[in-house]
Design a protein around this ligand. Structure first.
Ligand SMILES: NC(=O)c1ccc[n+]([C@@H]2O[C@H](COP(=O)([O-])OP(=O)(O)OC[C@H]3O[C@@H](n4cnc5c(N)ncnc54)[C@H](OP(=O)(O)O)[C@@H]3O)[C@@H](O)[C@H]2O)c1
Length: 180
């Protein structure tokens, strides 16, 4: 099963503007269209509770959204069997469960704390990063403050508008002996 982390960031790596969680206020229309398509097509999507609390989305039909939280009781009335579940499993346990169930892809849509826990557990295969030509200076980064050493290889880059929004896709290099 392939695990993909997806984010939209500024050129200085910010995933929120000055801490405001409303990403759609500054991300380009082209990125929003792309993200909605990725979201709708993802059979299995993983999200952190803080991102869900801010935007309690409904999953598309025939897709499963798993919200990671240690506080399962808080979300008991939000469960939709087969569509939204809440889990206190670790990233490795989530990965193993859905891998065993035959899923081919898992889309981790953030936020940064959850994405970083997947990077730290060495479970990420690809990073799909949209780069908006903006600089915010302050705001959250898509990796939280933790010592990481993740090596990536650019797979593709697409310029999707005149301003130069770039939709990039990187693979995570697991065999670091292959890096010079
Ligand atoms: N620009 C973008 O592409 C983008 C994408 C997504 C989110 N965001 C922004 O990111 C912000 C939220 O991100 P965040 O990093 O604060 O929160 P988050 O990653 O969405 O959620 C973190 C919370 O999830 C729970 N959790 C359960 N298992 C976890 C695990 N293995 N690792 C980490 N957390 C786990 C914990 O809460 P409990 O256990 O207490 O429930 C933790 O506090 C929002 O402002 C949102 O707008 C931006």
């Amino acid at each position: 099963m392939k695990t993909i982390v997806i984010f939209v960031t500024t050129l200085d790596g910010k995933i929120t503007k000055w801490g405001d969680p409303h990403v759609f206020r500054w991300s380009s229309a082209e990125d929003q269209k792309y993200f909605k398509k990725m979201w709708a097509e993802s059979r299995l999507t993983i999200m952190g509770s803080a991102t869900f609390d801010f935007d309690p989305v409904n999953p598309a039909p025939n897709t499963l959204l798993v919200i990671l939280t240690k506080n399962l009781a808080k979300y008991a009335d939000k469960v939709i069997p087969g569509q939204i579940e809440f889990s206190d499993e670790t990233p490795a346990q989530i990965h193993d469960r859905f891998h065993s169930a035959g899923y081919e892809q898992m889309l981790v849509v953030g936020g940064p704390h959850v994405a970083t826990s997947f990077f730290a557990a060495n479970l990420v295969d690809e990073l799909w990063l949209t780069l908006e030509p903006k600089i915010f200076g302050t705001g959250g980064n898509f990796a939280t403050e933790m010592n990481l050493d993740v090596n990536l290889q650019l797979m593709s880059v697409e310029k999707v508008n005149e301003r130069g929004t770039l939709i990039t896709k990187y693979s995570v290099v697991k065999d670091t002996t292959a890096i010079s």
